[in-house]
Design a binder for this molecule. Structure first.
Ligand code: TXA
Ligand code: MG
Length: 345
């Protein structure tokens, strides 16, 4: 596939019966690429059982070959078709959190190409909650491989308007829909001897998982930088992520000190909370949510990163989010966007 010569069909769906659902599903069925909405972020979808189509996902995104994809399903039968073994705790978690923003890693069945799992014997599976996503998968009739619909290394996309800029000309169909409900990617977990380990935090927080499974560990790579030769539990942990063009630094300090620091130089842009905006001069403030609502931070973070680029920000200083609940996912993404630069004062 030549990534510069594809004619991209842009269509819409705001309910599962809308024509756009069937245009996207038909493209997937025919081995093509379709950008589709989910409740987390937009996904770049293809038939997970079609090696050639999956290979084209890697080309369109510029994704490293060794970073595996998540397989999306629209019912539990599809889980049985791709996963070789389903631990008891997985069934309990599926009962509570599926459909929803939780990805579980299983031993894979032979039908799942190694192209999807980047050579691993395991497959990551997610049953999305978004009804448009589910309708597309159902109509395609196959499990759907879908990484986030951004060029590798860039912030994920949570609203339709950015899909065309990012992937127009590189995919066959873009299915525009509502903004994504959560705005951060799914929680990724793997099963360990006596519980689960979080490889990537998301809206299904450690606190929520603990309501179902006794032992919930958080992989150290969630909040700390990987050393060049360190072994990782998930290939995605190694890569640069969510990087806007600006250099971001997280500031761990009081609100007063933060505002004083930003206002001390015209060059400093703020990635702050709604409540801070009136105190920062000259349109140099972009908010990523309300300080009392971590869900709003998740919802807005990636858009805010893209907005900072649009404003030409070079130096950005972010307020540190709280790290409980979905806040852990927000902080995990922000740390990566900031290449782990954080200053406390
Ligand atoms: O919310 C989401 O999960 C979105 C939407 C589109 O569903 N998808 C998404 O995919 O975020 P992606 O490709 O951007 O991130 C998938 C992550 C990567 O970090 C990858 O390394 C990890 O999941 N992963 C996939 N398969 C894995 C496996 N078998 N073992 C360990 N990690 C795996
Ligand atoms: Mg991604």
């Amino acid at each position: 596939m030549n990534k510069y010569t594809i004619k991209t069909v842009i269509t819409t769906a705001y309910s599962p019966d809308d024509e756009g659902v069937f245009i996207a599903a038909d493209a997937i069925k025919r081995g093509k690429l379709a950008v589709i909405p989910t409740e987390t972020v937009y996904g770049l979808a293809a038939n997970a059982l079609d090696e050639k189509a999956v290979e084209n996902i890697f080309i369109a995104k510029g994704r490293p070959q060794d970073n595996p994809l998540i397989v999306h399903i629209s019912d539990m039968e599809m889980l049985n078709s791709v996963a070789a073994e389903i631990p008891e705790s997985a069934s309990a978690l599926a009962k509570r959190f599926w459909p929803g923003p939780l990805t579980m890693i299983f031993r894979k069945k032979d039908v799942v190409p190694f192209r999807v799992t980047a050579g691993l014997e395991t497959v990551a599976v997610r049953f999305p909650e978004n009804e448009i996503a589910r309708a597309v998968i159902r109509a395609a009739g196959v499990p759907v491989a879908a990484p986030s619909a951004n060029i590798s290394g860039r912030p994920s996309i949570t609203c339709a308007k950015y899909c065309k800029d990012e992937l127009g000309g590189k995919v066959d169909v873009i299915l525009e829909s509502f903004d994504c409900k959560f705005g951060v990617e799914s929680t990724v977990i793997t099963f360990i001897e006596n519980g689960v380990k979080i490889l990537r935090p998301g809206a299904v927080s450690p606190e929520l998982l603990r309501q179902v499974v006794d032992n919930v560990e958080i992989d150290p790579a969630v909040l700390s930088e990987i050393k060049p030769d360190q072994k990782v539990s998930s290939p995605g942990m190694k890569y640069k992520h969510y990087a806007p063009k600006a250099e971001i630094t997280i500031l761990d300090c009081t609100r007063e000190k933060y505002i004083e620091f930003i206002n001390a130089s015209q060059e400093r842009f703020a990635l702050c909370f709604d409540e801070d905006i009136p105190e920062i001069a000259n349109g140099r403030a972009v908010s990523y949510g309300s300080c009392s609502q971590p869900l709003s931070m998740a919802h807005n973070l990636f858009d805010a990163l893209r907005e900072l680029d649009a404003r030409g920000a070079k130096q950005v200083f972010a307020r540190k989010p709280p790290i409980e609940g979905i806040g852990l996912a927000v902080y995990n993404r922000l740390l990566r966007a900031a290449a782990f630069r954080e200053i406390s004062f």
